[in-house]
Design a binder for this molecule. Structure first.
Ligand code: SF4
Length: 62
């Protein structure tokens, strides 16, 4: 599973980076960026981050 953040939708709430810091990080542009696309399996928190995102900006692609 590779996470993708839709930058058009992200409102910069930073929740995903709190839930799953191994994979998501807030950038200087105040948007979430995927810093480790292959990290979901190891980190195990991408699904939760995607579910908790208030604007459904995170999709998980196979
Ligand atoms: S949880 Fe969603 S809206 Fe909030 S920073 Fe992450 S991707 Fe953006």
């Amino acid at each position: 599973m590779k996470p993708v953040v839709d930058e058009e939708l992200c409102i910069g709430c930073a929740l995903c980076a709190e839930i799953c810091p191994a994979v998501f990080e807030m950038g200087d542009d105040d948007l979430s960026h995927v810093i480790k696309p292959d990290g979901c399996q190891e980190a195990g928190c991408c699904q939760e981050a995607a579910e908790e995102c208030p604007v459904d900006a995170i999709s998980l692609e196979d």
